[in-house]
Design a protein around this ligand. Structure first.
Ligand SMILES: Cc1cc2nc3c(=O)[nH]c(=O)nc-3n(C[C@H](O)[C@H](O)[C@H](O)COP(=O)(O)OP(=O)(O)OC[C@H]3O[C@@H](n4cnc5c(N)ncnc54)[C@H](O)[C@@H]3O)c2cc1C
Length: 288
């Protein structure tokens, strides 16, 4: 049972508390994951450090060609943001698909990343966008690709007992680039989807240039469809290449059978449809 609930108003104050508590305190943002984790005894903090009242971590803005998402930004704020819809559409779509309205109003994108579930919707989109997280402690600040933050299912390389993700940096979509998110879920409020796919493409002279295709939950973390990405790079943009890429995505997918979220066979059969649809939508957006 935790003893205290603190609401620092600056990152420095929050870091100081974490340092003083020597591993007994833990960051809380929306609490939609953490409170369940405390109940199930996955985490046993004695002090909760609520970061949602820190102005420095709020807000969505651009810096040059990058979109900056503060760690206090909720899924609903991202889903509604004109900037996110324009410069990182796949993230707006992913955030819009999370849980229910109440969850989206409270839960943060940074919390989604740190909770490290393989199919965390916003995290999957951020990996496709090549986003990085800025992580600060009393000792130093580091910037790590979101893709490299997973340490296993539900395990993050961010140590929320003494580190804070302060912001997420996303390369903003440029002309000729498009992104899209597809998702299969039993019903809207089900926590975590049966499958989700996030795609980012850049097109020049009707050929694929950069392509990233990320799928989940088909492994312990969001998984890149590398064969599909390689197949598309430099290839003509047409239905045939997209279909081949969608088929090749299965080379990297190893979904588990789940009573709640469908059999492995069903997930594999559906995955290639989701990849094809995401690619088609991203291509249409890149061409606009
Ligand atoms: C009913 C329900 C439905 C849901 N549906 C979905 C869904 O459809 N898709 C989906 O992806 N998720 C879903 N979730 C999961 C959850 O809402 C998300 O993962 C959410 O984004 C977590 O954000 P939070 O702010 O609530 O994090 P918290 O619960 O506050 O924190 C999560 C973890 O991250 C750490 N942490 C949080 N912020 C930081 C930070 N800035 N720096 C360092 N550590 C930090 C905490 O210590 C904790 O370990 C659902 C949850 C519920 C309860």
């Amino acid at each position: 049972m935790y003893l205290d609930y603190l609401t620092p108003e600056s990152i420095n104050d929050a870091l100081q508390i974490l340092q003083q508590q020597k591993g007994k305190a833990r960051i809380i943002a929306g609490g939609t994951d953490l409170l369940l984790d405390i109940e199930s005894k996955k985490h046993n903090p004695e002090v909760l450090v609520d970061i949602t009242r820190i102005p420095e971590i709020r807000g969505i803005r651009t810096e040059g060609n990058f979109l900056i998402i503060g760690a206090g930004v909720t899924h609903n704020e991202a889903a509604k943001s004109a900037l996110v819809n324009e410069k990182a559409q796949v993230l707006a779509e992913a955030s819009r698909s999370v849980g229910s309205l109440q969850i989206r109003n409270t839960a943060t994108i940074a919390g989604n990343v740190v909770n490290a579930q393989p199919a965390a919707d916003a995290a999957v989109a951020l990996v496709a966008l090549g986003a990085t997280a800025v992580i600060t402690s009393s000792d130093f600040t580091r910037e790590v690709p979101v893709e490299e933050l997973y340490a296993g299912v539900g395990k993050s390389k961010v140590n929320s007992n003494n580190e804070i993700v302060t912001k997420i940096i996303i390369p903003a979509l440029q002309p000729g680039e498009g992104s899209a998110f597809t998702r299969l879920a039993q019903r809207k409020a089900l926590a975590l989807p049966m499958l989700n796919v996030a795609v980012m493409v850049s097109i020049a002279e009707d050929k694929f240039q950069r392509v990233s295709i990320v799928m989940a939950p088909v492994g312990p973390q969001p998984v890149r469809a590398s064969d599909s990405e390689n197949l598309l790079k430099g290839a003509a943009v047409n239905e045939e290449t997209i279909q081949k890429a969608a088929e090749a995505a299965l080379n990297h997918a190893n979904p588990r059978s789940s009573a709640l979220r469908g059999s492995a066979e069903y997930r594999c059969a559906t995955l290639k449809v989701l990849v094809r649809r995401a690619l088609e939508t991203a291509v249409a957006r890149a061409r606009n």
